[in-house]
Design a protein. Sequence first.
Length: 235
Amino acid sequence: MTIKGVDVSRYQGVIDWPAVAGAGYKFAILRASVGNYYLDPTFEANWDGARAAGLKVAPYHVVRADNTVESQIAKMQEAFGGYDLQFIVLDAEVSPAGMTQSAIERAHYWAGRKTREAFFPGTSKPRVWFYSAKWWWDPNIRQQDWVAQDLLGWWFAAYGSNNGQPAWAVPPASVMPVGWPRWDAWQYTSRGAVPGIVGNVDLNFMQDEAFAQLWEPAPPPPSPEPSPKVPVEIR
């Protein structure tokens, strides 16, 4: 079983979040920023509305390899610094004109590493995710050791016929970006229809394990064993 969710930006306009929640969607990933120059004007309203309706929420940032990582982290801090963050998604799908493959790859490597250091220092969980698709990742990032080694989450897009429904019960390995060790979430269409959202919207499944790791509270620690009673000597 997988958990249903949406991802949105300003293109979806004003969203009726209680209607989205009522249709069974459990999480929303919200565009917050792009590169070092853009803040999505709907982010704050979407964050507040989705949370108030009971959805779990997270921001996404569109990486621009032609902007410095430091300046992009500053833009992320401006967009959602101080928010109660469980994880951050780095959207990898932009190939700036004139940049080499190796330069694009290095920029994304450092974006993942430095975002984790800035927002989740010392974490032992995958709190920084990459979003991408095979069509972009394979020619731009390719097979890289850091993909498997770094503490990352993985959200990929693969649509098939893109008719609003999943093309596969389980996405085959052939549609996965090269080198990805697993998928934590799958964006299966860009033409979804959801109550409360006007027009098309991206629809996603998240693995139960990933959802639980991010948002379900840890079980309470076991109660300590009672100390054995020492008999009192009566004189």
